[in-house]
Design a protein. Sequence first.
Length: 251
Amino acid sequence: MRLPALLILALAAAGCSHAPVRDAQVVRAALASPARSADDRTRDLRDHPDAVLGLAGFRRGDTVADVFGGGGYYSEILSEVVGPEGRVLLVNNPPYAAFAKDALATRFADGRLPNVRRSVVPNEALGLGRNALDGALIVMSYHDLYYVDPAQGWPAVDAGQFIDQIVAALKPGGKLLIVDHVAREGSGSADAQMLHRIDETFAVRDFKAHGLDFVGSIAVLRNPDDDRTKNVFDPTIRGKTDRFVHLYRKP
C-alpha cells in the first residue's frame, strides 16, 4: 500500500489508522438477507461492504444519507443496518437518477425498503437539513464534484458549497464515509476530469478545510498494481482500481 506523506501525518494526528469496527454482526446480517439480489452479492465480492461499513460503525436507529447513491446498493444494506427505527436518505441529482433509473425501479419495486426515502435534487439544494444526520457516505462519487461535462448533462458543481451542506446536516459527532478511486499523488482534483479519480491527500485536506476531523482509513480496497494513470472505466482496471476508504467526523 502506498500512502502519501500528508496522509501518513493525518493518520498519526488522528491517533490511529483504523477506526474501531462496531456492530459488525449487524452488517453481516444485512448482507446475508435473502431479499438481496444476485447482482448485489456479486458486487460484495469486489467492494467489501462489510469492512467499509464496519469502519463507519453506523448503528440501529441512525439516520444516514447515501449521497449520489445511484441505484441504491449501499442504501439497501443500510436499510437493514439502521433497522425500522432508523432512516436512510438516498440522494441523487437528476443525472445520477437518470443513469440509475432501471436499477432504482427494480430495487424499490412493490414497496421494498420502506425506511429508505429517495430524493432527486439539484446539487446546490440537497435538502438534508441541519444537525439531522448521524452519518453520510459518498461512494465512488466524491470525484464528481470536480468533474464538468455540460454537454452530457453534468454542469460544474460548487464543491465547497456541496460539502458544506453535508457538514451542516451532520449532528455533532456525525460521521462521513468516503470511498473513491485514487489518483496520482500531487494531482489534486485534476484527474477527476479525464480519469474519474481524485488524489487521496487532496481529499483529506478538502474535508478538513470544511471542519471535519479525519478519523482513519482501511486498506481493504487498495490495489498497488493500479498505476493510477488509467480511466476507471478502462476494461483492464474497471472494478479493480486502487480505492481509498476514509472516515471523517464532525466535532
